[in-house]
Design a protein around this ligand. Structure first.
Ligand code: DGL
Length: 271
């Protein structure tokens, strides 16, 4: 039994897709979330900058003495996972491996679509993982740089004509390639799942990378005997690097509970 919290981070709201699943499958665990809202989006940045930001994000979360750190960000998982693992003596989980496993299992026709940020697509990390897990799988990848801004601005609901138009343009080549499985390779994208799913049609399975990662973390903690055996609901705290207000509002809608009292702004550059 280990009552230490699980640390989770992302550039902004996207990592809440992992938090929601972690809280659902391990309600007794304490979670500490950091959203780097002062520096979002991460997806268009160079590897050097991303590694620097990610080091600070992990250093902040480590002040809570976490038993594990979840990189609930496709961009950081695909560019900085190895560096973070080498430097930190705490288990660090990324989203690429569990998502690639899920896609490899789900696809029937061997054609997998992948959408993510520019940095994620440039890294080729999902393609490498899929080639190892299911040789011969065909991946059609598309960077979707505008989607994170739409999500951070709350523009992700069906009927939002701007969101629908942009999604349909981005997904056109993936649809044309006949993909039967689509990896939502950025943790922000499941917030616009309804729009993406309507565009792809009913026969296509969507892989939520945050959700897959959360399930993998649970499995690992179970295996390693690191679960919190304490009864009752765990505490969830949220930290952001820009003002807490906008984050609280959208996070409360997405998580289905009012988190306003648990959100605090910090200076991430101090870590
Ligand atoms: N949610 C993140 C990801 O999964 C980062 C998006 C961004 O900040 O550009 O890639």
């Amino acid at each position: 039994m280990d009552t230490r919290p699980i640390g989770v981070f992302d550039s902004g709201l996207g990592g809440l897709t992992a938090v929601r699943e972690l809280a659902r499958i391990m309600p007794e665990e304490d979670l500490v979330y950091f959203g780097d809202t002062g520096r979002v989006p991460y997806g268009g940045r160079s590897k050097d900058i991303l590694v620097r930001y990610a080091r600070q994000d992990v250093a902040f979360l480590r002040t809570f003495n976490p038993k594990a750190v979840v990189i609930a960000c496709g961009t950081v998982s695909s560019t900085a996972l190895d560096a973070l693992r080498e430097e930190n003596g705490v288990p660090i989980f990324g989203v690429v491996e569990p998502a690639a496993r899920a896609a490899a299992q789900l696809t029937r026709n061997g054609r997998v679509g992948l959408i993510g940020t520019k940095a994620t697509i440039r890294s080729g990390a999902y393609e490498r993982a899929l080639a190892r897990l299911k040789p011969g799988v065909e991946v059609t990848a598309r960077a979707c740089p505008l989607l994170v801004s739409l999500v951070e601005n709350g523009r992700f609901s069906p009927g939002d004509i701007v969101a629908e138009t942009i999604v349909s343009e981005y997904l056109a080549p993936v649809k044309a390639a006949g993909a039967d499985t689509l990896i939502l390779g950025c943790t922000h994208y499941p917030l616009m799942r309804a729009v993406i799913s309507a565009c792809m049609g009913p026969g296509v399975s969507l892989v939520d990378v945050g959700e897959q990662c959360a399930r993998w973390v649970k499995q690992q903690l179970d295996w390693d005997g690191l679960r919190n055996g304490r009864p009752g609901a765990g505490r969830r705290r949220y930290y952001v690097s820009d003002s807490a207000g906008d984050f609280s509002e959208l996070a409360s809608v997405f998580l289905g509970e009012n988190v306003a009292g648990e959100v605090e702004q910090i200076d991430i550059t101090a870590y």
